[in-house]
Write a protein of this length. Structure first.
Length: 236
């Protein structure tokens, strides 16, 4: 007899809803179509973070992260997998997104459609219109998961990491996008950019290498696709 491989015991109701779509209440909460969209984006998405969609949400789910921070929102594309992960985790899991412009403002500026979240996603999301450095300096709670994809200048990202160091422990995950920017993957991009360029200095990778040299109690690895997604963790 053929078994239904998507029926598993002891799953959270919300997780089973993703798999079989039969729990209407949870189906509404999670929006199965968003899961399908993330699968498609991971397979062949052209956006600058699209192919990391399932990776981001899976890391949040497997580590059961609650305090989730996003630095740099742009149009909200990376916010979707963050919120999806938070919704699956449930409980007190929340996403705080920080940028100097709201997704609506940025989308309107270039004439792009706005990504709209339903009430269930909105209940787990807070947008803060603020510079990332200023925001981080105001924080005093432990961060479970932080996704860094705002201004990519070397000194800016390095300062962010030095502040974040005080807010994480060895169970926290720090994700940095664009260590292999401009499609240099699978190689890190060490190009020196002039002052004022978004990737001024040696960009995100330059900040990362400086940081781990000054803070040797960190380890990192990089997924070498879609401009590189680096996972950084404090070891002790």
């Amino acid at each position: 007899m053929k078994k239904n491989l998507l029926k598993m015991k002891n799953l959270r109701p919300s997780t089973q809803a993703i798999l079989d779509g039969t729990n209407n209440a949870q189906k509404k909460d999670l929006n199965v179509s968003i899961y399908h969209q993330m699968v498609q984006k991971t397979l062949d998405g052209h956006g600058d973070t699209n192919q990391h969609s399932l990776t981001i949400s899976s890391l949040i789910i497997s580590n059961k992260c609650e305090n989730i921070i996003e630095l740099g929102v742009r149009f909200g594309d990376s916010t979707v997998p963050l919120l999806f992960g938070a919704t699956v985790v449930g409980g007190n899991s929340r996403v705080t997104s920080v940028d100097i412009e709201s997704p609506e403002e940025q989308a309107k500026r270039i004439g792009r459609p706005i990504i709209e979240f339903d009430d269930n996603f909105n209940s787990r999301w807070k947008f803060v219109k603020q510079d990332a450095i200023s925001f981080l300096k105001e924080q005093n709670s432990r961060i479970d998961f932080i996704f860094i994809d705002d201004w990519h200048g070397e000194n800016h990202v390095f300062e962010e990491l030095t502040i974040i160091d005080k807010l994480v422990d060895n169970t926290s995950l720090i994700l940095l996008h664009d260590t292999m920017y401009y499609g240099s993957h699978p190689h890190y991009n060490e190009t020196v950019m002039p002052e004022g360029h978004e990737f001024e200095g040696k960009g995100v990778y330059g900040a990362l290498t400086r940081f781990v040299e000054e803070y040797p109690n960190y380890e990192y690895c990089t997924i070498p696709i879609n401009h590189g997604l680096t996972i950084l963790r404090k070891v002790k």
